[in-house]
Ligand binder design. Sequence first.
Ligand SMILES: Cc1ncc(COP(=O)(O)O)c(C=O)c1O
Length: 464
Amino acid sequence: MLWFALARNEEQTLAVQIEEELRKRILASQLRENEKLPSSRELAHSLGVSRNTVNEAYEQLLMEGYIYRIPRSGTYVSKGLAFKKERRQIPQFEKQIHQSEGTMIDFKASQPALDYFPRQAWANTYKQVCLTADETVFGYQSALGHVQLREAIANYLGRLRGVEALPDQIVITTGATQALSFLTKLLHPVGEKVCVEDPVTEEMRSIFTEAGAQIEPIQTDEYGIKPVQLPKNHKPRFVFTIPSHQFPLGAILPVKRRIELVEYARKMKTYIIEDDYDSEFIYEGTPVQAMQSLDTEHVIYLGTFSKILSPSLRIGYMVLPFHLVESARRQKWFTDRHTSSLEQVALATFIQEGLFEKHIRRMKKLYAKRRKVLVEAINATFPQCDILGQAAGMHLVVRFNDRKRIQADELVKHQVNAIIVDDFSIKKGHHLNELVLGYGHLHEEDIQEGIKRLKKALTSCNTE
Ligand SMILES: Cc1ncc(COP(=O)(O)O)c(C=O)c1O
């Protein structure tokens, strides 16, 4: 069907407007040569004009040679009219990305092994949901998210993360990023301080500052955030922490500090936002329960399916104290109504049928193996270095103890990429000789080759 808007009160007649639109589309190849145009009756119907108006436009275009007619067949676009498309100039930065693709070994953090996405199991589940789900799934749903998914998450979190949550306290969001962005607005930080672990990603900081908050960095050591550093003389709107596997340093926050944090939140009547983005992957010891299990009123828990399954799903969630649920529901409704229900029901079914935990077990084995290969390669290549953080997640931090100053441009020159921890720091200068190495997405041979390149790159770096 062909449709475009016509201005009824324009000086130009409707027939002229139709002519011009068709001319424009023919010249731009949006209507291709020899393509059949709709009959005058069809076009008149779709544009809401009389058939005579369309005939008038067609006659003019016929006269000008834009179209031709075949008796008892129809009206067609003439040949050879479209301008040759100019080749798009690729901007410089895109060129660099294309050129480095394929040869660069990128130790980017928090990137799951996309080639291990359980395509078949997901496709079967999704198809089953499409074919059998109640028809209400295809309509608007609760802004909190589909109840089947909220129940599945509540059950999963209770069993595996110690999180106490009723389905009605869970809000499904478009990734944890949206949850964090909602929460920041919900807790009204405009002009107020929010305490944030330092180092932390620039993205997280931007979410807070875009909402008008002022960042107060809180020092983080090899065990995670240091509660003694939290301000005593003023109340932050919230404290943001990643206690299960601090990003980027990789610490698992000890229980003593968790209790101190909760006590602080209680005393100051503030909130802890707990980002639990990759806690499923712990390779040594047993997972520590979520902080939310210590206090369901002061700790807000955020989770995501981006790291376990795929970032493309865009499904995350937050577990809220009851008094925040209604505001969050309204915010979600007025932002995007709700996250896609088909995906939600497919995910709920995937979890309830045990496929999710099966996938976690598979990925955990894979990441543990990749981590082992990386640790061995680092130890063999850089005997002087320290590996920081716990054996968890999809990245580790390596600290080089020689006098070399890591230079990002030397890494790129040697076709290897990794972020210097100091790039994540708010207070600069404490993590200059540390690199974040993500390994989740890298095959074993790439990990080994990447470390060889890193060695060459660091050898070329200047001594401090
Ligand atoms: C520490 C951390 N938390 C949360 C997220 C958000 O993930 P998403 O919005 O894909 O759920 C990310 C993304 O990389 C992350 O690194």
